[in-house]
Design a protein around this ligand. Structure first.
Ligand SMILES: [Zn+2]
Length: 236
């Protein structure tokens, strides 16, 4: 059996792995964007609801202030009609109460106004974020669909080729290949790098290097277990 089939197998498996990695990442990214979109939408709804509440409360405040102003004016008129100090004090007291309430409401209205301004700004920002996010999302969804359909074709042709390569390889070697492939992050067949293993860098004895170059036997790295080959073998 030649090393060539193992080298081809590794090439096919690397492509398959890349395809899976690509697919593995895209759907989760689209999912993330979907969640972001959802959360912005919810925040916008919440902020708009709060804006409505503030509107209603501000209006209530205005109505109450008008009411208080009317009452204060009436109390002022009554001041001219009092006949003793006790009545006078009572009216002044009531008027002070009214004025206190009015300034409390005025302060509250001011803080509502500030909150409204902040909320309106934040809604505006979020709506523009949402716009660009939705654009990004539809772009990615399109890309994802394209990648899925392309990779489905590529995957099935790679798997066909894989079966052809596997057919000519010793079952024993395949089982070693699979073990190393899983243990070494998908890289089971490597090129020599000088006199070292192209996978882990371990030194390869000269005798072995010569045999690898002459393709006389299948060799593996003593340290990482990967199959070794040489692009500049002495046979060609
Ligand atoms: Zn190695």
């Amino acid at each position: 059996m030649s090393m060539e089939k193992l080298i081809n197998l590794q090439g096919i498996d690397t492509k398959l792995k890349d395809l899976n990695d690509l697919l593995g990442d895209l759907p989760s990214r689209v999912n993330e964007l979907n969640q972001q979109e959802e959360s912005i939408k919810n925040s916008i709804i919440e902020d708009k609801e709060r804006l409505k509440v503030l509107e209603v409360e501000s209006h209530k405040g205005e109505v109450r202030i008008a009411e208080i102003n009317g009452k204060i004016n009436k109390l002022k008129d009554q001041l001219f009609l009092v006949t003793n100090n006790k009545q006078y004090d009572a009216l002044m007291n009531e008027m002070d109460h009214m004025k206190d309430e009015r300034s409390t409401i005025e302060l509250q209205t001011l803080s509502y106004m500030e909150e409204k301004e902040t909320l309106a700004e934040s809604v505006e920002t979020m709506e523009s974020d949402l716009g660009s996010l939705s654009n990004d999302l539809s772009g990615r969804r399109e890309k994802l669909e394209k990648v899925i359909s392309n990779s489905a074709n590529e995957k099935s042709s790679l798997e066909k080729n894989r079966a052809i390569e596997l057919d000519g390889i010793d079952l024993n070697i395949i089982s070693i290949y699979n073990r190393v492939f899983d243990a070494r992050d998908g890289l089971a067949v490597v090129n020599l790098s000088g006199n070292g293993c192209g996978g882990c860098g371990a030194h390869v004895p000269m005798q072995k290097v010569t045999e690898i170059r002459s393709l006389s036997a299948i060799h593996r790295c003593d340290v990482c277990g990967r199959f070794l080959y040489s692009e500049n073998n002495s046979v060609n």
